[in-house]
Design a protein around this ligand. Structure first.
Ligand code: ATP
Ligand code: FE2
Length: 335
């Protein structure tokens, strides 16, 4: 069985094709780069509308299949930016109707988690999902991905990207901050904001702005942000792992590409006798493969949607998803 997945919740359009034995046949991506500042939802949606159809055609070519070989059409139903979600949902509906194939809407956050479990059907990890718009510690219980803790204001990646704009790094600042942090050494004062298993970042943003206005070293600022913010995330992950009694930890989302964060979580996991695992590196950030894979396991476990069920949901929460596929774990048999 083959599933095509179309991602387009925010900056990136991704089109992936996967088979039910876990083989990745296509992984097309195209990221929208705003000319300046952050993402304007309508401009990003215009970008998505321009690229999505050629990308679907390219993915089908890459996979060396005919369009009618596709069995399922999956798309990112939310959460995300309304105009972007609507554009991608329209493309998915058109494909489903024209090929007469079933359509499945996928929760973007859950797709980030499931791509990490793709070849580990039996795993039951505590998950740290940290990306642009989301920061959550999650564990599975009784058919739901339960949110144990989360950000009380903005997502960690949005915070890094806002600091990046203030510091003149441009949009999508995470990789630049990681690089700059390696050259920093002095720990600047930033608020460490943890409440139970929740975190908050707006105070750090304000403090960072003050440090920049005072002419601080940007290397030291990046170093300090990473050390402070990733310690906060590691602390709440450890607390949730203890509470939920999980022996495995999974990292997910674009910010988890950061190797300093992975290092901190790994040390914590080892100290508690837990195992850390991660998705293959290309699948931390937004991509169509994770949408295709989540659509495929949802469909295989009996989920069905009509076109009228495919209305997008900008605030689709991780814990609203009915996780039918973990009753009888779906197994990818290959690599
Ligand atoms: P969400 O899953 O919340 O919808 P998203 O759609 O914005 O998030 P992702 O690709 O999951 O997209 O994550 C993007 C975020 O990851 C951006 O904020 C980016 O700056 C950040 N990021 C990417 N690489 C790194 C890195 N090496 N270090 C820190 N942050 C990073
Ligand atoms: Fe994402």
């Amino acid at each position: 069985m083959l599933c095509i997945g179309i991602e387009g919740t925010a900056h990136t359009v991704g089109v992936g094709i996967v088979s039910s034995d876990g083989e990745i046949l296509a992984d097309e991506r195209d990221m929208y780069h705003p000319p300046k500042g952050g993402i304007h939802p309508r401009e990003a949606a215009n970008h998505h509308a321009e690229v999505v159809v050629p990308m679907v055609n390219r993915a089908i070519e890459d996979a060396n299949i005919r369009p009618r070989d596709l069995d399922i059409i999956a798309f990112s139903q939310g959460p995300g930016l309304g105009p972007c979600l609507r554009t991608v949902a329209t493309a998915a509906r058109a494909l489903s109707i024209s090929l007469m194939r079933p359509i499945i809407g996928v929760n973007h956050c859950v797709a980030h988690l499931e791509i990490g479990r793709m070849n580990r059907a039996d795993s039951d990890p505590l998950m740290l999902y940290c990306s642009g718009g989301n920061t959550q510690v999650i564990a599975y219980a009784k058919r739901r991905y339960r949110v144990f803790g989360e950000t009380m204001d903005i997502g960690v990646g949005n915070m890094l990207d806002k600091i990046g704009i203030m510091a003149g790094f441009g949009f999508y600042a995470g990789p630049k901050i990681e690089e700059m942090a390696k050259k920093g050494s002095e720990l600047l004062d930033l608020p460490y904001s943890v409440k139970g298993m929740d975190v908050s970042f707006s105070g750090i943003l304000t403090a960072a702005r003050q440090h920049i206005n005072n002419g601080c070293s940007l290397e030291d600022l990046c170093f300090s942000i990473q050390e402070t913010v990733f310690s906060m995330l590691t602390e709440v992950t450890e607390r949730a792992a203890a509470q939920a009694d999980k022996k495995e930890i999974l990292l997910a989302g674009g910010v988890a590409r950061n190797r300093r964060l992975a290092e901190m979580v790994r040390v914590m996991a080892e100290e508690r006798g837990a195992t850390l695992f991660e998705p293959p590196f290309p699948f931390f950030a937004d991509n169509g493969v994770m949408i295709a894979w989540n659509g495929l396991i949802a469909y295989s476990s009996g989920q069905r949607m009509t076109i009228s069920d495919t209305v997008i949901n900008q605030r689709y929460r991780t814990d609203q998803v009915n996780v039918t596929w973990r009753q009888q774990p779906f197994r990818a048999v290959s690599k």
